[in-house]
Write a protein that binds this ligand. Sequence first.
Ligand SMILES: Nc1nc2c(ncn2[C@@H]2O[C@H](COP(=O)(O)OP(=O)(O)O)[C@@H](O)[C@H]2O)c(=O)[nH]1
Ligand SMILES: [Mg+2]
Length: 246
Amino acid sequence: MTAPTTRIVEVRAGILKKNDELARALRQRFEASGTFVVNLVSSPGTGKTAFLERTLRELLDRGVRVAALVGDLETDNDAQRLARSGAPARQINTHGRCHLEAEMIDSFLGEWALDDLDVLFIENVGNLVCPASYDLGEALRVAMLSVTEGEDKPLKYPTMFNSADVAVITKIDLAEACEFDHAAARASIESVRPGMEVVDVSARRGTGMDTWYALLETRRAVWRTQHDLDMIASPLPVTAGAISAP
Ligand SMILES: Nc1nc2c(ncn2[C@@H]2O[C@H](COP(=O)(O)OP(=O)(O)O)[C@@H](O)[C@H]2O)c(=O)[nH]1
Ligand SMILES: [Mg+2]
């Protein structure tokens, strides 16, 4: 007879395998439509929604076609906040599940015409553990950490940071008040994910947002070249146009 712990591990492995297969199919769809997909992961309250609301609004202003899916256990508060940017935004309620899964992304994309989307942002459920294990078919995973959370979070939750491509440190306007040790935070990130690119931002003031858009543009350009997409959709004009004042 199989020990109960073994059974749990087997069930989990099965779920993850199914998720990986669905994520692979989603990734192929995103590549076919030229949609660059960005998955934002962090603990609750890091500032994902504030950062995304500003990103959506400022990219729309520059003519980038963007949309967002956002996961929470309950309420559609975040989708309402994101929709204020003017971009299409849809809420996924996971009703107890601590992460988004590829199947949820697939069903909530619904009738959205991916061919008309340059960038799709996914705000994951606030959690520093589970979302790390679930591939959503994204091209870029962004792990976020706020200055109020503690510089050692990447050391305590290494999988979240070493499964991500880029780190964003948020609420940088509060750094001084929190006596945030910037060098220590960067060293924590560096030790779990050597060479990881890190951007400091304040969604409230607008600090660092240009650096974030430039990073997005560079990463998307590399992705397009890797997938031979240069012929099928227009480049992302993120460096053109005015940026709203902080
Ligand atoms: N001072 C400051 N507060 C922020 C910033 N970004 C978000 N917040 C606040 O942090 C709290 C959590 O933000 P939210 O976007 O809901 O975080 P989420 O749970 O990660 O989506 C809210 O009270 C925000 O107003 C920022 O850049 N600076
Ligand atoms: Mg949120």
